[in-house]
Each structure stands twice: as structure tokens, then as C-alpha cells.
Design a protein around this ligand. Structure first.
Ligand SMILES: NC(=O)c1ccc[n+]([C@@H]2O[C@H](COP(=O)([O-])OP(=O)(O)OC[C@H]3O[C@@H](n4cnc5c(N)ncnc54)[C@H](O)[C@@H]3O)[C@@H](O)[C@H]2O)c1
Ligand SMILES: [Zn+2]
Ligand SMILES: [Zn+2]
Length: 366
């Protein structure tokens, strides 16, 4: 297929967030072309816009998306035109030691985090022929894109595209943090700090596994009301409450403390929320180079643990279809996580929704 041009939401280090026409090359060997139908706006896109994660190059943003395969390159065996897919932003190399050990979320061979395709190139160029790079190897805030086959996971046709988009990042990360990273069991207690798209998915995951109590903390009353619908047994206003003191007073500490903001000050307080042997799970991503401090004696003395969580310790090809089935069988109330739907041209307003915690997850439709 020849090169096509379409509007894309680009972060340019000099000019900030803007809409630009980009050209897309055809799918090469091992690649697929996808028409995007829905893309969620995640705080990991906002981290780039705010400069928390500096970029020296122009990026097509967007990494939480679903669409339809429109063309396949030579050698693609698992997908065909017309297949519905969810994009997986941590396309693993399948060859490094971590991949071979079954920990694809820690792949050392992926180039996705360097914002390129596996071969170090980009499928996008601007109207001057200059490269524009795919954020997290995807670049989903546009109409069409080309990705390696391993970054597109086939899902049932009946899965709504907006739900599929959320499976691409927030839900896989949040539910995975509970099920894979922490391995929470029925009746165990947990607190979740920050109930945006990722934190609400953690709450959903906790209900799925039968955790109790589930304490949700946020600054937004609307978010906390949503957390209650998703299964939180207690909600706390983070601005008005010393959460660690509350957890110790009410429950003698909790078994798991999930952070889903990326705030180093709050991350430093997680161990104080725990009972002995409990685990702090770092899901929120702080700014590049950020550090947090905690009571080192207490951590060792009380056998507490700190767990890092990238992509919910998930393997996209296994976990995304599993989560799709759980939604379709009524076990995950993901419809309530879909917020306002906006056309791609309203991307700036969608980022404002995220900054101001308006609604839940805003979905862009190209
Ligand atoms: N680990 C991963 O692989 C992974 C994947 C996706 C996103 N993330 C990260 O997770 C974080 C959350 O992403 P999101 O899209 O859900 O963001 P979001 O902006 O939708 O949600 C953040 C929530 O935190 C709340 N909050 C902010 N400050 C607070 C405070 N001091 N006390 C209590 N609540 C507070 C906000 O009100 C909001 O509801 C981001 O850092 C994002 O980059 C990590
Ligand atoms: Zn690998
Ligand atoms: Zn994300």
C-alpha cells in the first residue's frame, strides 16, 4: 500500500503539543498496518507533555489504543486484514534473557521505550520528510499506524474499541499489578493511592481477587465515588487524611499499598501504611531521576517489601485476551472506566480533562 497522510497529535520539544499531518510508510516484513478506532489518554502521555519525561525528538503521542488490521507485511502469520486488535506498548523482542524467562515486561531488547520500532526506525515522516517518532513504539493518536506484529494482539470482534483501548495500558497495568506483580489473595487488605485510569483498574483487580478491605485515596470526590462503584470498601480524601496513620489505626497496617500517581513524596510514605510482611507496589511512574526516601530500619525489621511494576508484569499476548474475556463475561466493569469520547482534533482538551481529573478515561476517536 502506498504512503498515506493523516493528522496526528505530536509533541514537539520546541513547539509543544500540536496537530500535524504525517505520512505513513507501508508495512514491511513482520509488520502490520492498523486503522485506529479508539485511543485512551493516559498520564504517561501527559508526562511527556509536562516535561517529566523529557524528549529530544518529535513524537506522535498515544499508546493505549485499539483498531482494525488493514494490511500485513511479508511473513506476518498471526494476523490478517479485518482482525480487531489491541496495541501493546511494550513490544517484547522475544529473544533476550528476560523474554526467554517469561518476563516480557522487563524485555531488554525492546526499543519501544526509546520510542522507535525494533529496528530503530519510525514509520512516520512530516511534510518536510523529517522523521516523527512513535511514542512507546506505537504513536496511536492518529488514523493509521504501522507496528511490529508482536505489538498488535488479536481480540474478539465483539469487544468495543473504547474498552479495547483501555486494555492497551491502564487496565492491563492496574489489574496486572494486583494479579501478577503483587499476587493478592482473597481476604487480603490493600490501599490504592490515586484513582485515575490506572488506580481504578487496581481497585477493579482487587475486587476481582476478593481483597478486603480495599481503601481508595484520591483528591477528587468524583473519582472516589467511582472507586466505590468499582469495589472500594473505604474512601479517603488524600488532602485531609494522614493515610499511613489511618491504615495503622484502623487495620494495624494493610498488606498491600499501591501507588498510582508517580508522586515521590507519597511513594516514600507507602511502607508506613503496611503491616509487617506487607508490600508497597510502585505502579505510578515518577519523573525521570526522581528519588523517594523511607524508614530503612523499619523496612528490614518488619520484613516489608517494595515491588516495582512495569505494565502490570503482563505479557500482552496472554493477558490482553484474558482481560477481554473477563470483560465480555461481566467480571470487569470497564464500561464505567470509559469517560468522554472526543474527536482527535480535541486532543488538547482531552489532556485538560486528564489534568483536571474531569470524568474518567477520555477516549479519542480519529
Ligand atoms: N507502571 C506502568 O507500567 C504504568 C502504566 C500506565 C501508567 N502508569 C503511570 O501511572 C500513573 C497514573 O496514571 P493515570 O493515567 O491513572 O493518571 P491519572 O492522572 O488519570 O490519575 C492520577 C490520579 O491521582 C490522583 N492524585 C494526584 N495527586 C494525588 C495526591 N496527592 N493524593 C491522592 N491522589 C492524588 C488524581 O486526582 C488522579 O485521580 C502515572 O504516573 C502514569 O505514568 C504506569
Ligand atoms: Zn526481550
Ligand atoms: Zn499508559
Amino acid at each position: 500500500m502506498s504512503s498515506t497522510t493523516s493528522p496526528a497529535i505530536v509533541f514537539d520539544p520546541a513547539e509543544g503539543l500540536r496537530s500535524r499531518e504525517v505520512s505513513l510508510r507501508a508495512a514491511g516484513p513482520g509488520e502490520v498496518e492498523i486503522e485506529i478506532r479508539a485511543a485512551g489518554v493516559c498520564h504517561s502521555d501527559l508526562h511527556v507533555v509536562t516535561g517529566d519525561w523529557p524528549s529530544d525528538r518529535s513524537l506522535v503521542l498515544g499508546h493505549e489504543a485499539a483498531g482494525v488490521v488493514t494490511a500485513t507485511g511479508p511473513g506476518v502469520a498471526s494476523l490478517k486484514a479485518g482482525d480487531h486488535v489491541v496495541l501493546s506498548w511494550f513490544a517484547p523482542c522475544r529473544r533476550c534473557r528476560r523474554c526467554v524467562a517469561g518476563m516480557a515486561w522487563l524485555c531488554t531488547g525492546t526499543k519501544a521505550v526509546a520510542n522507535t520500532h525494533p529496528d530503530g526506525t519510525t514509520p512516520f515522516t512530516d511534510d518536510q520528510g523529517e522523521p516523527v517518532w512513535p511514542y512507546l513504539g506505537l504513536g496511536a493518536f492518529t488514523r493509521r499506524l504501522v507496528v511490529p506484529e508482536v505489538a498488535a494482539v488479536k481480540v474478539p470482534d465483539e469487544l468495543p474499541f473504547g474498552i479495547g483501548a483501555l486494555l492497551g495500558c491502564s487496565v492491563t497495568t492496574g489489574v496486572g499489578a494486583v494479579v501478577n506483580t503483587a499476587g493478592v489473595r482473597p481476604g487480603e487488605s490493600a490501599v490504592v493511592i490515586g484513582t485515575g485510569g490506572v488506580g481504578l483498574s487496581i481497585v477493579m483487580g482487587l475486587r476481582l481477587v476478593g481483597a478486603d478491605p480495599v481503601i481508595a485515596v484520591d483528591l477528587s470526590a468524583e473519582r472516589l465515588a467511582t472507586a466505590r462503584r468499582f469495589g472500594a470498601t473505604h474512601t479517603l480524601d488524600g488532602a485531609a487524611t494522614d493515610v499511613a496513620a489511618w491504615c495503622q489505626r484502623e487495620f494495624g497496617g494493610v498488606e498491600y499499598a499501591f501507588e498510582a500517581i508517580g508522586n515521590p513524596r507519597i511513594i516514600g510514605t507507602l511502607p508506613d501504611m503496611l503491616t509487617s510482611g506487607g508490600a508497597a507496589v510502585l505502579v505510578g511512574m515518577a519523573a525521570t531521576g526522581a528519588t523517594a526516601t523511607f524508614n530503612a530500619f523499619d523496612l528490614a525489621d518488619q520484613g516489608k517489601r517494595i515491588l516495582g511494576c512495569n505494565y502490570g508484569s503482563s505479557i500482552g499476548e496472554l493477558d490482553i485476551p484474558k482481560l477481554a474475556r473477563l470483560y465480555l463475561s461481566g467480571h470487569l466493569p470497564l464500561d464505567d472506566l470509559v469517560g468522554r469520547t472526543r474527536p482527535l482534533s480535541e486532543a488538547a482538551a482531552a489532556f485538560d480533562d486528564l489534568r483536571s481529573n474531569t470524568g474518567v478515561r477520555t477516549i479519542l476517536e480519529p
